[in-house]
Each structure stands twice: as C-alpha cells, then as structure tokens.
Design a protein around this ligand. Structure first.
Ligand code: C2E
Ligand code: MG
Ligand code: MG
Ligand code: MG
Length: 284
C-alpha cells in the first residue's frame, strides 16, 4: 500500500525493508513465470439491464492461480505488475482471452452480450494499443461492439492524449466505459469531449445508498449528469435489493454486483447460464 511504501522510504536501513524488497523480488519473478506458464484465469461478472433484467454484458476480472498460494485477486499482483511494466502483457492476455471467450459463447448459441476489459494507464498511453485491439478483434472474429474497454478518470488527466486516443478506439467500433466514476480526478468539463459510452458509478457511492448519506445524492447527480450527456450509467457493487430499487427509481441503466452474482469462472458461467439468467430475472 501507499502507506507502507511511505514508511519504507524513511526506513532506509531497516531489516524490514530488506524483507519487503525480497518479497517484492520473489513476487516479481513468480509473476514473470506466471505470464510464461499461463497461470491467469478470467472470472466474469454479469451486468444486468435495470429495466428488463436481461444480461447486457459481463466484466472480465483477472485472477492468478498461484502454484502455492491459491487463487489471488488483482489487489495481490496488479500493483507490482504496474510497477514493473508487466501489466501490459497481462492485460493483452486478458483482452485476447475475453474476446475469444465471448466469440465462443456466441458460437455456442448464447444471446450476444458485451465483454468488458479493464485497461491500465500503460496501454492507454501506448499509441500502438489501438493496433493491438484491432488485431485481437480480427483474430477472435468478435464484432467490435461486443467489446467494452474500461478506463479510469486518472487515465484521462492528460486530455491532449486522452481525447484523440478515445476517438481512435471509438472509431474501431468498440465501446468505452469510465470505471470507478466519482473517485478520481474528474474533468467534468472535458467529459463531453471524450468518446465514451457509459459511466460506472463507483461502488463506494452505491454502498452509501442504504445509509441515507450524501452518497445517495451523488448517485442521482451522476445519473442525471450522465443522461444529459447521452451516456449510459452502470452502478457497481450492488449488494442489496434496497440499492437496486433506489437505482431503478433514479433510472440507472445497468447494475453489477454480488446481489446478482459474484464474478465466476468462464466454464461455470457457461454451464450454469440458464440457471444464472433465471435467478437474475427473479432477483430483479
Ligand atoms: P473494478 O474494475 O472496479 O472491478 C470491480 C471489483 O469489485 C471487482 O474486484 C469485483 O469482484 C468487485 N465487486 C463486484 N461486485 C461487488 C459487490 O457487490 N461488492 C463488493 N464489495 N465488490 C464487488 P476484483 O475482481 O478484485 O478487481 C479489483 C480491481 O482490479 C478491478 O476493479 C480493476 O480495477 C482491477 N482489475 C481486475 N481485472 C483487471 C485486469 O484484467 N487488468 C487490469 N489492469 N486491472 C484489473
Ligand atoms: Mg472495471
Ligand atoms: Mg470499478
Ligand atoms: Mg477499479
């Protein structure tokens, strides 16, 4: 965490730091091996239409099947992957795997839905990323409209880079979502210049809905603002029926969260698809 990094920067000669450094080096080399040996897995979490209860998309969330530590969530390895630049390789694997998987589901006869992939700032800053996306789409045969790229507010801080980059990605026909919206640097005045399709309200605001705090207000303000800019809105981290009802009244477009489903492995998603869909319809 930032806090432990901050402390370590003062403890230059402490044995603590040596441990941390050693642990980091071990993590780094096992992460390198993980890339070579294909130890990553994708889990998928449904995004549900708030009006019809239909499945509109799934978000692909990476996991690391560690040889000794078991299944690791991104918070265990994304920070070091970003620090070392390995994130680009991981994200490219995620992008390719998610596109191939979605195409496969379509070929198996499942109704078509989007697959969302999280990007890091490294890809977003890399000019050749547009070509990578283009190639992966061609390779997989997935229609661009069924791929959604999730970016964050901090990635768009350099508007002189972000505006043309988003325009190029948009021109490929893919969709673009602004993830964790409301938590970062919000260049609201630039939002209308960004070629994006939707905002994802950060789960911290959704969590506050049941608490009758300011979070409630923020949620309705974000929805109204997004709609005035012709953007769709997805609420993240929906865990309770009460939150769903609130979001329905405020005309949020889609919901994602444990209330409907946790992220699940692709095989499980495919095997229990009918069950999952009918459970979602009942819950909604
Ligand atoms: P995110 O993109 O905002 O993804 C949503 C996170 O919230 C996921 O955590 C998901 O499991 C969790 N979540 C979903 N519904 C609920 C809920 O109802 N309640 C709560 N408390 N949590 C919920 P996860 O999978 O651990 O991922 C964490 C973050 O790691 C993601 O946040 C994303 O920023 C990053 N990440 C995940 N996969 C990738 C990837 O392939 N590439 C990159 N660069 N980042 C990734
Ligand atoms: Mg995301
Ligand atoms: Mg998010
Ligand atoms: Mg996030």
């Amino acid at each position: 965490s930032a806090k432990s990094r901050g402390l370590n920067s003062y403890a230059l000669y402490s044995p603590d730091m040596n441990t941390t450094t050693r642990e980091k080096m071990i993590l780094e080399s096992s992460l390198r091996k993980a890339i070579e040996q294909n130890e990553f897995r994708l889990f998928y979490q449904p995004q549900v239409d708030i009006r019809s209860g239909e499945l509109k998309g799934v978000e692909a969330l990476v996991r690391w099947q560690h040889p000794t530590k078991g299944l690791l969530t991104p918070d265990h390895f994304i920070p070091i992957a970003e620090e070392t630049g390995m994130i680009s390789q991981i994200d490219k694997w995620v992008l390719r795997t998610a596109c191939l998987q979605n195409k496969k589901w379509q070929e198996q006869g499942l109704p078509s839905f989007r697959v969302s992939v999280n990007l890091s700032s490294q890809e977003f800053l890399d000019e050749s990323f547009v070509d990578d996306v283009h190639l992966i789409l061609e390779e997989s045969g997935l229609q661009p409209k069924y791929l959604d790229l999730e970016i964050t507010e901090t990635m768009t801080m350099n508007v002189n880079h972000a505006i043309p980059m988003l325009r190029k990605l948009h021109a490929l026909g893919v969709q673009i979502s602004m993830d964790d919206f409301g938590t970062g640097y919000s260049s609201l005045s630039y939002l209308k210049n960004f070629s994006i399709n939707r905002l994802k309200i950060d789960q911290s605001f959704v969590r506050d809905i049941s608490k009758e705090t300011n979070g409630t207000n923020i949620v309705s303000i974000i929805i109204a603002m997004a709609h005035s800019m012709n953007l769709e809105v997805v609420a993240e981290g929906v865990e309770e029926k009460e939150q769903l009802r609130y979001l329905q009244i405020r005309k949020c477009d889609e919901v994602q969260g444990y209330y409907f489903s946790r992220p699940i492995p692709g095989e499980e998603f495919e095997q229990s698809y009918e069950e999952l869909i009918s459970r979602i319809k009942k819950l909604y």
